[in-house]
Ligand binder design. Structure first.
Ligand code: PLP
Length: 383
């Protein structure tokens, strides 16, 4: 029985066209892109093309794209680098209420260095509480880090509004956006969002793992995390992974080209799944906020821990995850789910179904069938 993979918010399969470009780059561009001989120049040209592809998608100049080893590194470079470079201007760092572990972890590191880390709040509807944000954005704030789209339940946050508020209330603050779940699915042009920096990761849009970028809106003071050969304009020393960057660039170009149609497809697939799931007794959809990614369906299924449901669904060949894959292996409850006001038990019972470009109606029908079968099995077992 072929499995149905519905865990694309954790990672996506490589697009075959990206695989081809990546394999060719591995073979052809083995030279160091900093070398001045023809092979080095060819590698550096391939890197430059990838940089242009990312820059075109996000409407920035190519030199503002800093390649990294993935989303986590891009986030760390953005959060730590921007805050540390602004140390002399203030010590306050403001982060969103449902940030990924890498933002929370980087902020915790800043707190250990003497920064004051303040977390924003959600309102009852699951929206970012902008009144609370206004009060927390003080003149000594040097960094605001707010995700664009949540990885566990897909809520889209108004980073444009938050950025405007920050300009007014905290003129020294840089606005950083973790757009790892949003890039390739939403317009993330930095000028549209009005933000200073944004992190992205290729494996979330059918590119390779271990490839990401920090994208800057302007030449900003940014303290690098590592020191060495001065690659990536001195912001990220270390020989670039040319093939991975080539894969990233092409994957983003392809995602952008498919974006509009894909959003419609996901919305229809989501409706199809939701229609069947809502008929299951006791199961509830988590739909915080007015706008969400159509590719993520968050499901609160009380009565058993998410991992038990996941194991049952797995027996039917359907692979989904607990709200966040990073959280899944750990005992810690998802802070993002708790920020929504869920109880510990509810947070433990929350599942995530997430679609990618290859997801289709038959996947959704198989998943719905598996959810229905598991509900029946567990009902029988309880009698
Ligand atoms: N930020 C968000 C919102 C994510 O969902 C993830 C990955 O799950 C990351 C950052 C980390 O990205 P990477 O897996 O490329 O390190």
């Amino acid at each position: 029985m072929k499995h149905v993979y519905l865990d694309h918010a954790a990672s996506t399969p490589l697009d075959p066209r990206v695989r081809e470009a990546l394999a060719a780059a591995l073979d052809e561009h083995y030279a160091n892109p900093s070398s001045r001989h023809p092979l080095g120049l060819a590698a550096s040209q391939a890197l430059a093309r990838a940089r242009r592809q990312v820059a075109t998608a996000l409407l920035v100049e190519p030199r503002r794209v800093v390649f990294t080893s993935g989303g986590t590194e891009a986030v760390n470079l953005g959060v730590l680098g921007l805050a540390r470079a602004a140390r002399a201007r203030g010590r306050r760092v403001v982060i969103g209420p449902t940030e990924h572990a890498c933002v929370r972890g980087a902020a915790a590191a800043l707190a250990r260095e003497g920064f004051e880390v303040v977390t924003l709040r959600l309102d009852r509807a699951g929206e970012l509480d902008l009144e609370d944000a206004e009060a927390k954005l003080t003149a000594d704030t040097v960094l605001v880090a707010q995700m664009r789209a949540n990885n566990e339940f897909g809520t889209l946050y108004p980073v444009e509004q938050l950025a405007r508020l920050a300009r007014r209330r905290a003129p020294h603050a840089r606005v950083f956006v973790d757009a790892v779940q949003a890039v390739g699915k939403l317009d993330c042009a930095l000028s549209e969002l009005g933000v200073d920096a944004l992190a992205l990761s290729a494996h979330k849009f059918h590119g390779p793992k271990g490839a990401g970028a920090l994208v800057l809106a302007a030449d900003l003071p940014l303290e690098p995390l590592q020191h060495g050969g001065g690659q990536e304009q001195g912001l990220r020393s270390g020989t670039e992974n040319v093939a991975a960057c080539v894969g990233l660039g092409l994957a983003l170009e392809l995602a952008e080209a498919a974006r509009a149609t894909q959003v419609q497809r996901w919305s229809a697939l989501r409706d199809r799944l939701v229609q069947r799931l809502t008929r299951i007794d006791g199961l509830r959809l988590l739909e915080p906020g007015a706008r969400r990614l159509p590719s993520i369906v968050s499901i609160l299924w009380p009565g058993a821990p998410a991992q038990v449901r996941i194991n049952h669904l797995e027996r039917h060949g359907v692979f989904v995850s607990a709200a966040s894959a990073c959280q899944a292996g750990k005992r810690e409850l998802s802070p993002a789910l708790l920020a929504l006001g869920l109880s510990d038990d509810e947070a433990r019972s929350t599942l995530r179904v997430s679609m990618g470009r290859t997801s289709d109606e038959s996947d959704i029908d198989r998943a719905a069938q598996a959810f229905e079968s598991v509900a029946q099995e567990l009902e029988h077992a309880a009698r």
